[in-house]
Design a protein around this ligand. Structure first.
Ligand code: OGA
Ligand code: MN
Length: 297
């Protein structure tokens, strides 16, 4: 049976029906999903029932899988395998985390607008977040369309941004939330990464902003000026007309294009309700500067 596509917004988010992601997919189904993914940038697959392996197998259709940054801390006991990012409020014993827990402090950064793994030299191409348990209130995820945000910039700003490179680091976004408590191992594993500020998506030739709270400065600009420009672009891109808010249902798998979207989690009472999400993440094909053929230094 052919998949069905139900747009939620004109050209940013769509629901995909008539597909069971737990079963092997036909090449025509994968082809149709990929086309929808490039047209939109956020796809929602409702009412899925996936094992961890089935979730990862579906993600692997889109490229090689990333290892979660949590695995960099070899002393931490992980609840999930290293190729799944644990986006829950649970500790390794499956209990709701403590108010002062390190995981909680670290994950606060997910409330800031960001795109996944832009702090890695080889960033993420796509993220696939699967809802295993959701709170009855709050805990939504908002998505911003960075292609539409780019299109809406004045020509003068587009000219100013052409060829600019920003330096992204997990420490930058965590500093914004007050978290500085990285281990030496984590620091060494996460050196700052250069990323282009405006990129072109090869599948449809659309241009997109590529910014996030992980960005700290812009190469060649005074720190303050670069930081102010990044903040201004994030504020521009997250205006209401560019944003889709996803209200989770149990069993939703939501997949987004990290190259041309930002997202953030909204608040919920994380000391009261369990929110258990698993994220599979697909790597991009190369660093964003390399893809634009811009020198990254
Ligand atoms: C993520 C993320 C936000 C949320 O999974 O990458 O940022 O709402 N999630 O859980
Ligand atoms: Mn994220």
């Amino acid at each position: 049976m052919a998949i069905s596509i139900y747009p939620i917004t004109g050209n940013f988010a769509a629901e995909i029906g008539d597909v069971d992601l737990s079963a092997p997919l036909e090449p025509v189904e994968i082809g149709a999903i990929k086309r929808a993914f490039w047209d939109y940038a956020v796809l929602i697959f409702p009412a899925q029932n996936l094992t961890e392996q089935q979730h990862l197998d579906f993600a692997a259709h889109f490229g090689p899988l990333e290892t979660s940054v949590a695995a960099l801390n070899t002393k931490a006991r992980l609840r999930l395998r290293a190729d799944l990012a644990d986006v829950s409020n649970l500790n390794s014993r499956n209990e709701i985390w403590g108010e002062q827990s390190r995981m909680r402090m670290l994950q606060l950064g997910n409330r800031l607008w960001h795109t996944d793994s832009s702090f890695k030299f080889l960033p993420a191409r796509a993220s696939l977040l699967y809802a295993r348990q959701i709170p009855p209130i709050g805990g939504h995820t908002e998505f911003a369309d960075l292609r539409a945000a780019y299109d809406a910039l004045p020509d003068e700003m587009k000219r100013r941004l052409a060829g600019l490179v920003a330096e992204h680091s997990l420490a930058n976004s965590r500093l914004r939330t007050g978290f500085t408590n990285f281990t030496e191992e984590e620091r060494a594993g996460l050196p700052p990464a250069p990323q282009i500020v405006v990129r072109t998506l090869p599948e449809n030739n659309r241009k997109s902003l590529y910014v996030a709270s992980h960005a700290g400065r812009i190469l060649g600009l005074p720190d303050e000026e670069g930081r102010a420009l990044i903040d201004r672009l994030i504020a521009h891109a997250t205006q209401r007309q560019f944003v889709y808010t996803h209200r989770w249902r149990l069993g939703d798998l939501v997949m987004w294009d990290d190259r041309c979207t930002m997202h953030r989690g909204t608040e919920f009472d994380d000391l009261r309700w369990t929110r258990d999400m698993h994220r599979a993440t697909v790597s991009d094909i190369a660093n964003s500067c390399e893809q634009e053929r811009v020198a990254a230094a």
